[in-house]
Ligand binder design. Structure first.
Ligand code: SF4
Ligand code: SF4
Length: 413
C-alpha cells in the first residue's frame, strides 16, 4: 500500500461540480471521498483507511486529467484487492436479488461502489448502462480476449474469478432483459480460464464463444462482428444493441452484486521487456505508476511506459494513476528516433489493416490537413491498432498522422 493515493473520479467525463471531502477528514476503507459527483461518473472511494490531504488533478492514459482526492494511507491498512474467489452457488442466490431492482437503481448502486471501466477492451461502462435506459440491448457480451498475448490479464481474471465474471454478465443481462449473455474467449486461452468459466456458467444462460484471437480482435468494433453489426470505433456498442465489457469489468460488477463489494483496486499486468518479466498485481486505485515501478525496482525515468499492446503507441506518464482505465502496461527501453523514408507504395499497411482502410492515404490527409480526404480514406473506421506503423518499411508515422486527424476533428466540433 503506497503512503499516498490520488483517487480519481470514476470516468472521463467533466466533474467540475465534484466536491472533495475537506482536508483532514479521517476516512475508512470504502468511504466516499466526494459529493456531487455527476451521474455519468462513479464515486471515488477510499481504498484504505487514512486521512484526506486535499484535491488534485491526476493523469489517466494519454494526456487526460481528471479531478482526484488525495489521501494519506494509514500504514497498517490491509492492501485492497486481495479478493477471495466465490463458489458457483452464489450466482443462483444473487439473481433473484438483481431481478428485484431496476436499471436506474443498479446504476446508482454500481456508481456508489466505485465500479467503472473505460478502456480499449471495455468501453465506458456507466455511459453504456445509462444508454440502455433509452435504447434496449439484446446482448451482453463479455470480452475475455487479451489485446496482447504477452499480457494475458483478461484470461487470468476469468481463470481466477470465473464466478464473479459470470455473475457480472448474468446480472447485467437480467437488468437489461437482454436475451443473449455471451463471453468471447480465445480458443488458445489457458485451460484454467476455460475450466473456471465452464464451471461457473454450467446450468446458466451464459454462452461461451471460442474465438481466434488475432491482434487486434479484442477491440469492441471487431468483436461486434459476432452479431453482424458494424460499429464505428468512437461509438458505444449500445448503439448496436450490445452492452460490452471486459472480464475485469464484469468481475467488478459481479462482486458488487454478489457481495456488495466496492471497486477499491484493479488487477493489472505489467510486462518488463528488458528483463523479460511479467507481473500480475492487485493495485489500489489511485496508486501512481511511479510508485508501482519503484516497487518493481524499475527506475521510472529510464523507460518508455505504454498502455495496452505497445503497437498502439499509447504513451503513459509515470505520474498517471491506476484506475478503471487501461490495465496492462509494457515497459520498453526508449528507442532512438528514426528518420522516415518516402513511401514506396508497397501496400503492406493496407494489407495489414484489420478494417481494410488506407493508412498511407490517411497520412497524406494529415499532411494536407484535409478532412475530406481523411473521410475518403476511411478515417472513421480506424481502431488505432498501430499495425500499419509497425509494418511500414519506411517507418512512416501513420498512427501519429491518424491521431492528428482525429485531434483536428475534435477541435472542429
Ligand atoms: S491504426 Fe492503421 S492498421 Fe490499425 S485500423 Fe488504423 S489504419 Fe488500420
Ligand atoms: S507500408 Fe509504408 S511504405 Fe508501404 S505503402 Fe504503406 S506507408 Fe507506404
Amino acid at each position: 500500500m503506497p503512503g499516498r493515493l490520488a483517487v480519481p473520479v470514476g470516468g472521463y467525463g467533466a466533474a467540475d461540480a465534484m466536491e472533495a471531502r475537506p482536508a483532514g477528514t479521517i476516512v475508512r476503507r470504502g468511504d466516499a471521498l466526494a459529493e456531487n459527483v455527476p451521474q455519468s461518473l462513479a464515486m471515488p472511494l477510499a481504498p484504505a483507511d487514512g486521512r484526506v490531504v486535499g484535491a488534485a488533478r491526476v493523469l489517466f492514459t494519454g494526456d487526460r486529467t481528471v479531478p482526484a482526492v488525495v489521501i494519506e494511507c494509514n500504514p497498517s491498512t490491509e492492501p485492497a484487492g486481495a479478493e477471495k474467489a466465490l463458489a458457483a452457488g452464489a450466482i443462483s442466490e444473487m439473481l433473484p436479488r438483481v431481478r428485484a431492482i431496476d436499471m436506474s437503481a443498479a446504476i446508482d448502486l454500481l456508481r456508489s461502489r466505485g465500479v467503472w471501466a473505460n478502456r480499449w477492451t471495455s468501453p465506458d461502462l456507466i455511459a453504456q448502462l445509462h444508454a440502455t435506459l433509452r435504447k434496449p440491448v439484446d446482448t451482453v457480451l463479455c470480452n475475455v480476449l487479451d489485446e496482447d498475448a504477452a499480457l494475458p490479464l483478461q484470461t487470468r481474471i476469468a481463470g481466477n474469478y470465473g464466478v464473479e465474471v459470470t455473475a457480472g454478465v448474468l446480472a447485467l443481462a437480467s437488468l437489461t432483459k437482454a436475451r443473449r449473455a455471451w463471453a468471447a474467449v480465445a480458443h488458445s486461452a489457458d485451460p484454467a480460464c476455460w475450466a473456471s468459466l465452464r464451471r461457473a456458467s454450467a446450468g446458466t444462460d451464459l454462452a461461451l464463444l471460442p474465438l481466434q484471437n488475432d491482434y487486434p480482435r479484442a477491440h469492441p468494433t471487431l468483436l461486434l462482428e459476432l452479431t453482424d453489426r458494424a460499429l464505428r470505433p468512437d461509438r458505444l456498442p449500445t448503439e448496436q444493441n450490445v452492452l460490452l465489457l471486459d472480464a475485469a469489468a464484469a468481475a467488478a460488477v459481479g462482486r458488487c452484486f454478489l457481495s456488495d463489494e466496492p471497486m477499491l483496486a484493479v488487477s493489472m499486468a505489467v510486462r518488463d521487456r528488458s528483463r523479460n518479466k511479467t507481473h500480475f498485481l492487485n493495485v489500489p486505485i489511485g496508486t501512481a505508476f511511479s510508485d508501482l515501478l519503484a516497487d518493481l525496482g524499475v527506475p521510472a525515468d529510464s523507460i518508455d511506459l505504454r498502455a495496452g499492446n505497445p503497437l498502439r503507441e499509447q504513451h503513459v506518464a509515470s505520474a498517471a494513476v491506476a484506475c478503471g482505465g487501461e490495465l496492462t502496461l509494457t515497459l520498453l527501453t526508449p528507442a532512438p528516433a528514426v528518420n522516415p523514408d518516402p513511401c514506396i507504395r508497397c501496400a503492406w499497411c493496407v494489407e495489414g489493416c484489420p478494417v481494410h482502410i488506407q493508412p498511407a492515404g490517411l497520412l497524406e490527409a494529415a499532411q494536407q490537413e484535409d478532412p475530406y480526404l481523411a473521410h475518403q480514406y476511411g478515417l472513421e473506421a480506424c481502431v488505432e491498432c498501430g499495425i500499419c506503423s509497425f509494418v511500414c518499411p519506411s517507418h512512416l508515422p501513420l498512427l501519429a498522422g491518424i491521431r492528428t486527424l482525429r485531434a483536428m476533428q475534435r477541435s472542429a466540433r
